[in-house]
Design a protein around this ligand. Structure first.
Ligand code: UT7
Length: 334
């Protein structure tokens, strides 16, 4: 009997209309376009409007994914929303999305994996598909980082942007299609290098926490950088070797988009050519859980992927967390 695997059968994305360039930031901060470009590879980012919450971005990404497909919101069984910037602490953003898109037959929940969230969500969704209990699962990687960034801290605010990406997973028994392998990890000892200190039960919101700017992203960039370079390479090499895939047979490498220098170090270790790598950090910056699904959506839309192409997605993030998923692409180009 052939194995049931989870296959991506629709993909979409949304980024807000408002562009903020490095030059815009350099007018209000002690920074420069040259510094941001050379240290990160970022040129601009998108920032959500005041009336746009996480669920609004997510709904647009889901609509983009489902448009032109036979799938209707009522067909969805489960919605997994991966984010660190939910609309509210509760109810879950998944519940708000369920109502907004009219997914009357779906249940759903939020999953917190920071920049690894989308791969954690995809792996979780894949279990529901493999068991045969669920047939159509939406996974949304979505973040409104502008809601938790200190725009007076030049060391962090230049790095992030807002966006959402969504995929639909369905079962397949086709050879070499769907999620072929994955590896996921976390190491809580890295928590002190990237975190939001207040607003949870550890440090509930108070006047003091607000005055001390504790509801923003705090990061030790150098330590995160060192961890990222190591784990991105090790995860990629491990997955490719375990599956006997030489890097020249990889159609697309989709790394988390946090810093172009981190992406370049993986490319050089894996000996990847530029046309094998998905990049959107230059235009959207680090959109946390949205970086990988937005890259996938763009690659699909641009016709860069055909059925059975091997795709390797790799992430790292706060926690520390990391993950890698090897996919056999399951769709024909649009
Ligand atoms: O998905 C989330 C995961 N997060 C990450 O992946 C972040 C990983 N880390 C990084 O990407 C890099 O460490 C950064 C981009 C955050 C920083 O780059 P860096 O090359 O590690 O710079 P640095 O922190 O060592 O700072 C170098 C200098 C410092 O000045 P001094 O002390 O040398 O005088 C900083 O104050 O650059 C200064 N600096 C800036 N200068 C202009 C820091 N931010 C800025 C800025 N504009 N925006």
């Amino acid at each position: 009997m052939s194995e049931i695997r989870a296959n991506i059968t629709a993909v979409g994305m949304y980024v807000p209309e408002k562009r903020v360039t490095n030059h815009d930031l350099s007018r209000v901060l002690d920074t420069s376009d040259a510094w941001i470009r050379s240290r990160t590879g970022i040129s601009e980012r998108r920032i959500a409007g005041k009336d746009q919450a996480n669920s609004d971005l997510s709904v647009r990404a889901i609509q983009d994914a489902l448009e032109g497909t036979p799938h209707r919101p009522e067909d969805i069984d489960l919605i997994i929303v991966t984010t660190v910037t939910p609309d509210m602490m509760f109810p879950s953003t998944a519940c708000r999305i369920q109502e907004k898109i009219g997914a009357a037959n779906a249940w759903g929940f939020d999953l917190s994996g920071a920049c690894s969230g989308f791969l954690f969500g995809l792996s979780t969704a894949a279990q529901f598909i493999r068991t045969g209990t669920h047939k159509k699962v939406l996974v949304v990687g979505t973040d409104v980082m502008s809601s938790i960034i200190d725009f007076e801290d030049r060391a962090t605010c230049v790095l992030f942007g807002d966006g959402a990406g969504a995929v639909l997973l369905e079962p397949t028994e086709e050879e070499e299609v769907g999620i072929l392998d994955s590896t996921l990890g976390c190491d809580g000892s890295g928590g002190k290098f990237l975190f939001m200190p207040a607003g949870g039960s550890h440090r509930p919101a108070s006047h003091e926490t607000v005055d001390k700017r504790m509801h923003y992203v705090h990061q030790d960039g150098r330590n995160v950088f060192k961890f990222a370079v190591r784990v991105m390479c090790d995860t990629s090499v491990g997955l490719l070797q375990r599956n006997g895939i030489p890097t020249d047979q990889l159609s697309l490498f989709v790394p988390h988009q946090a810093n172009m220098r981190i992406i370049k170090s993986s490319m050089s270790r894996l000996k990847l050519a530029e046309d094998q790598v998905a990049v959107n950090i230059d235009r959207y910056a680090n959109t946390t859980a949205a970086t990988i699904p937005t890259c996938l959506a763009e690659a699909h839309r641009q016709g860069r992927l055909k059925k059975r192409d091997k795709v390797l997605m790799v992430s790292f993030g706060a926690g520390f967390t990391w993950g890698g998923i090897l996919l056999g692409w399951g769709m024909d180009p649009p």
